[in-house]
Design a protein around this ligand. Structure first.
Ligand code: AMP
Ligand code: ZN
Ligand code: FE
Ligand code: FE
Length: 313
């Protein structure tokens, strides 16, 4: 029988009563966002969806925060799915590309992680009022208070601001809010200060995590040699892995990143980059029709465990 290839199918179709509790699903998702950053599902709801989708492990990787990790971890424990705390950081990188670094297995209680997230939030706090001031100049009536209310105690991200502009009738879609006002190249766009790649990698390591280069396609390198050089440079700075499977990666990119990771002995990870309805076409556990094999999660957790043994010894 052919393996289930449809999205989010859990147990194999044997006609028998599924015994999910005793069976380890072959699939995981190691890159997703919750309301703690710019996703639309609560952290616990992302975990519930993962279970419904037949996944056996999940890593939550909100932008700049681990604010959703405790809730997700508790729900994962309750439902019997493996869980790994994660974070996603934007590093300094020349436009039009972007460099995002995932940090897996960071210790939520470590002082360096607190330093890291404080610094990232400060970058946003410096940027956000400039966006609002510019919008006001353009006769768009919106305030920082409204934005903070919309964020409900979570990280302030532009998608929430876009939602306010939509609700108030300044735009007819989230996309239009970015195109017309707050997206890259639009009049009320301001960049936030970013960490250098060196610092991002070091701080993830100091927080007990493993740094992984997210969706390498978004670097927008113009040839394979350039990509190879960047990965090599990051490796020298402590990079531990490459995200090979991602919703932006077609088969050629999955293959390219796989051989690059193998060449440098890097871990391979994969995830959907699920954001709930903020990215409507992305389903949890599915990256461009591809699912993420459990073995990627196992290799990652084994490396983390080995690191802990080393640092404890
Ligand atoms: P921020 O972290 O506040 O800079 O906001 C970044 C988030 O805004 C991204 O993670 C996307 O979810 C969203 N975003 C950025 N550019 C666009 C765009 N052109 N259209 C829709 N969403 C966007
Ligand atoms: Zn996002
Ligand atoms: Fe990203
Ligand atoms: Fe992401």
């Amino acid at each position: 029988m052919a393996r289930a290839s449809g999205p989010c199918q859990g147990a194999p179709d044997t006609g028998e009563t599924p015994v999910l509790q005793n069976m380890q699903s072959e699939f995981v998702d190691l890159h997703c966002h919750s309301t703690a950053s710019d996703g639309t599902l609560l952290p616990a709801d992302v975990v519930r969806l993962a279970v419904r989708s037949g996944l056996s492990a999940l890593a939550l990787t909100d932008h700049d925060t681990i604010g959703g990790v405790a809730e997700a971890a508790a729900e994962a424990k309750k439902l019997g799915i493996d869980f790994l705390p994660g974070i996603e950081i934007s590093a300094e990188y020349p436009s039009p590309g972007t460099m995002h670094i995932l940090g897996y297995g960071v210790d939520p209680n470590s002082a360096s992680l607190k330093r890291l997230t404080d610094q990232l939030i400060e970058g946003r706090d410096n940027r956000n009022p400039r966006i609002v001031a510019k919008l006001n100049e353009m006769n768009v009536a919106v305030t920082m208070d409204e934005w903070e209310n919309e964020a409900k105690g979570n990280v302030l991200g532009r998608p929430q601001l876009a939602a306010i502009l939509l609700r108030k009738g300044y735009v007819s879609s989230i996309k239009q809010a970015f195109d017309k006002y707050i997206g890259q190249g639009a009049p009320a766009y301001f960049d936030k200060e970013r960490l250098t790649p060196k610092r991002a990698l070091a701080m993830i390591r100091e927080s007990g995590g493993l740094p992984v280069l997210a969706h390498p396609i978004q670097l927008r390198t113009t040839n394979d040699g350039q990509l190879d050089r960047i990965v090599k440079d990051l490796l020298d700075l402590g990079l531990a892995g490459l995200e090979i499977i991602h919703s932006d990666h077609d088969a050629a990119w999955v293959e390219k990143c796989t051989s690059l990771a193998d060449r440098y002995g890097l871990l391979k990870t994969g995830g959907s980059d699920f954001h709930g309805t903020n990215k409507k076409d992305i389903e949890l556990g599915v990256a461009r029709g591809r699912r993420i094999p459990r073995e990627l999660f196992d290799a990652l957790t084994q490396r983390l465990a080995a690191g802990q043994r080393t640092s404890a010894g």
